[in-house]
Ligand binder design. Structure first.
Ligand code: ADQ
Length: 472
């Protein structure tokens, strides 16, 4: 039986309680179907990292953990991945800060990972690489003679070709993409952007069935919208009202309606813009003052990156200004917390909220939108207000879809959501639930892996893809 080899920037080794989040939840069932190996960065920095990973066996999965030097971490992770690729992929080219040293570090870490991983591979392993930190990995593996099927899943948006082309190194990265057999993105919009980029920027030829050809390589580029563990999330939401934190929130709210936003603190999520939309809502609907509370949960992330520290200041300023100008002695309009919460608590808070405000400026998918819908009480569901620029908007078309840059439009949607009839809320919610059920997380993983298994294996790599800064 083939093994599944997952490669991602961070490896989530289950802790003593078996707790896991993010990608680990998404891959749980894939690892049930295949014995597996999960390879990537341990999250640790070492002065002289070992060339081979530390191996940890847990059930059917072996975890292979690589440490990085602090320079690696700076150049590969904080630098090129998070200060150049992340903003460019999210259409924020004004924030992109390209440095040749960072790019070289990004390529170097990918090469180091490839040579450590190549030694662990078996001939019929299915290799599934995740996310923008590791775009060049397959090309590095191919140059070491690896001929296995290799798939890539891109968790963030793929921008229009004119936007991606602004990034130095982008054509080399597009060439590196062609070393994969299957490239998955969340939506057809992303797939179309990537396919056009491959044709326009590096002269790939598009065949029918969305297969792109360059030299002796063929890559299928296709949308696979990620889902959530619907049943698990619903069960957590059903049990949530007994949780002390949820009970405390219920008591604190009294008769007020709750509006909720949950995001990593990231400029792609549109948090200050959302606060200003809520401000606009309160100004336009003075009768709602004191009757509604907006809870924004936003754990800090990537605080070593200057743009994130700047965002944190901007959020605090906006929050202070709005609460100061519109709040009253017995009422704070916006509650802002930066903690992370266990999933059952999050599910309970979603369920309490009459409105889920999910208004990213750009987002690959946005799982919060799906979790909010899943957590609702079927007899009295809340309303999702969703940015048209989240991948989720392509599927959850029964949400109130908004342009997050238009504060008046978002304010109006909040007003409509708070006054929507029960009948319409149930109608919209039921239709969204159908989608969440038919395209849940196990559907996502199995449809991706089935597509990867169906790709034809090429013979030994005949041509090596040259990427800048490498000499193979
Ligand atoms: P993210 O940018 O992290 O993911 P998202 O899809 O919303 O965005 O996932 C965030 C996850 O973190 C959710 O499962 C949410 O419940 C959890 N979370 C957020 N705040 C939390 C808190 N305070 N406590 C506990 N958990 C919290 C990237 C891409 C997305 C894409 C996903 C998956 O940017 O576009 O949807 O990967 O592919």
């Amino acid at each position: 039986m083939s093994r599944l080899v997952v490669v991602s920037n961070r490896v989530a080794v289950p802790d003593a309680k078996g707790a896991a989040g993010g990608l680990a939840v998404a891959l749980r069932e894939a690892f049930e179907a295949y014995p597996g190996l999960w390879f990537g960065w341990s999250g640790k920095v070492a002065a002289q990292p070992a060339a081979q990973p530390r191996l940890v066996d847990k059930g059917r999965v072996q975890y292979a953990l690589m440490d990085l030097t602090s320079i690696d971490r700076q150049e590969y992770y904080s630098g090129f991945a998070n200060r150049a690729l992340w903003p460019t992929m999210h259409y924020r080219i004004g924030l992109a800060d390209f440095s040749r040293a960072d790019y070289a570090g990004y390529l170097r870490v990918n090469r180091t990972f490839a040579s450590a991983l190549a030694r662990l591979l078996k001939p019929d392993d299915l290799i599934w690489v995740h996310d923008y930190h590791l775009i060049p990995l397959a090309s590095e593996l191919r140059s070491l003679g690896v001929t296995n099927r290799i798939g890539y899943f891109h968790h963030i948006p793929w921008p229009a070709p004119e936007v991606f082309a602004t990034l130095p190194g982008s054509t080399q990265l597009l060439r590196a993409i062609m070393s994969y057999d299957l490239v998955g993105v969340h939506t057809e919009r992303d797939a179309d952007n990537l396919r056009r980029g491959l044709v326009q920027e590096i002269g790939a030829v598009q065949h029918k069935g969305d297969v792109l050809e360059l030299g002796d390589r063929r890559a299928l580029v296709k949308g696979f919208p990620i889902g959530i563990d619907l049943a698990g999330f619903q069960a957590a939401a059903n049990r949530s009202s007994t949780h002390p934190l949820v009970r405390q929130t219920i008591a604190g709210l009294g008769s007020r309606n709750l509006i909720i936003g949950v995001d990593r603190l990231d400029y792609s999520k549109g948090i200050p813009e959302r606060m200003e939309s809520f401000e606009r809502f309160l100004i336009s609907n003075p009768d709602q003052r004191g009757r509604v509370t907006y809870l924004q949960i936003a754990p800090t992330s990537r605080s070593e990156v200057p743009e994130y520290a700047e965002l944190s200041r901007a959020v605090n300023d906006t929050l202070g200004r709005i609460n100061g100008s519109l709040g009253e002695p017995g009422w704070v309009p916006i509650h802002y917390v930066t903690s992370t919460y266990p999933r059952p608590v999050l599910a309970g808070l979603y369920r309490l909220a009459k409105v889920g405000l999910v208004t990213p400026i750009r987002d690959g998918m946005n799982l919060v939108a799906k979790e909010y819908v899943a957590a609702q009480n079927p007899a009295d569901p809340g309303v999702l207000v969703l940015s048209k620029f989240a991948g989720a908007a392509q599927q959850l078309t029964d949400a109130l879809i908004v342009n997050p840059n238009d504060k008046f439009e978002v304010a109006e949607a909040i007003q409509v959501a708070l006054h929507m009839s029960l009948e319409e809320r149930i109608h919209r919610w039921s239709r969204m639930m159908k989608t969440l059920k038919s395209q849940d997380v196990s559907w996502w993983a199995s449809s991706y892996l089935n597509a990867l298994k169906s790709r034809k294996v090429h013979g030994p790599a005949r041509s090596k893809v040259k990427i800048a800064g490498t000499t193979h």
